[in-house]
Design a protein around this ligand. Structure first.
Ligand code: ZN
Length: 156
C-alpha cells in the first residue's frame, strides 16, 4: 500500500477518491456510539467478529499487504488491509487519520472498524487500487526488507 503518493497524471483520481471516502469512515469510527460496544476478537466469535475472522482466513489476507510476510497480526481498519508488525509500525507512524492500525488479537474492534475492513475486503482489493500504478523502479518490500525501504515504499 502506498499511502502518501503525490498526485501524478496517472493516479491522482484514485488517490483523491480514497482520501474523500476514508475520512467519513474515520470520523464514524471515533463516535462514542460506535465505541461503546467493543468486540474482542479473542472472545467467542459471533456476528461481525465472525465475519472479520472469515476475512482473515482468505488466502490473500494470510500475508502482509505490504511485504508479504506470513501470518499478519495487525490491520489497518480504514484502509482495509492486514499487516505484519513492521509494516503496521510504519502505518501507525503516519497517524491514525491516515491509517488506523489495530491488533487482530489485542485491540477492541468497534462494529464500524469491522464494517470498513469487510467493505474493502482485504489485501487483494486494496492493493489493486493503491498499487495500480506501481513504478517498476520501486518494487514492494520483502519480509526482510530494512525499515528504511519499507517506510519509503509505504510513504512514497
Ligand atoms: Zn509487512
Amino acid at each position: 500500500i502506498r499511502l502518501l503518493t503525490p498526485p501524478s497524471m496517472f493516479c491522482a483520481g484514485t488517490e483523491i477518491f480514497f482520501v474523500v471516502v476514508s475520512y467519513p469512515k474515520f470520523a464514524s469510527n471515533m463516535s462514542a456510539a460506535n465505541r461503546s460496544q467493543p468486540i474482542k476478537l479473542n472472545r467467542p466469535v459471533v456476528g461481525k467478529a465472525r465475519k472479520l475472522k472469515d476475512l482473515m482466513l482468505k488466502s490473500d489476507n494470510r500475508v502482509c499487504a505490504d511485504c508479504s510476510a506470513p501470518d499478519p497480526k495487525w490491520a489497518s481498519s480504514n484502509i482495509g488491509v492486514f499487516l505484519c508488525l513492521k509494516c503496521g509500525d510504519v502505518h501507525r507512524a503516519l497517524g491514525q487519520d491516515i491509517s488506523n492500525v489495530l491488533s487482530l488479537t489485542l485491540d477492541d474492534w468497534s462494529d464500524s472498524d469491522i464494517d470498513s475492513m469487510i467493505e474493502v475486503g482485504g489485501n487483494s482489493y486494496a492493493n489493486s487500487i493503491y498499487e495500480a500504478f506501481l513504478p517498476k523502479d520501486h518494487p514492494k518490500p520483502k519480509p526482510d526488507s530494512p525499515m528504511e525501504y519499507r517506510t519509503k515504499f509505504i510513504r512514497w
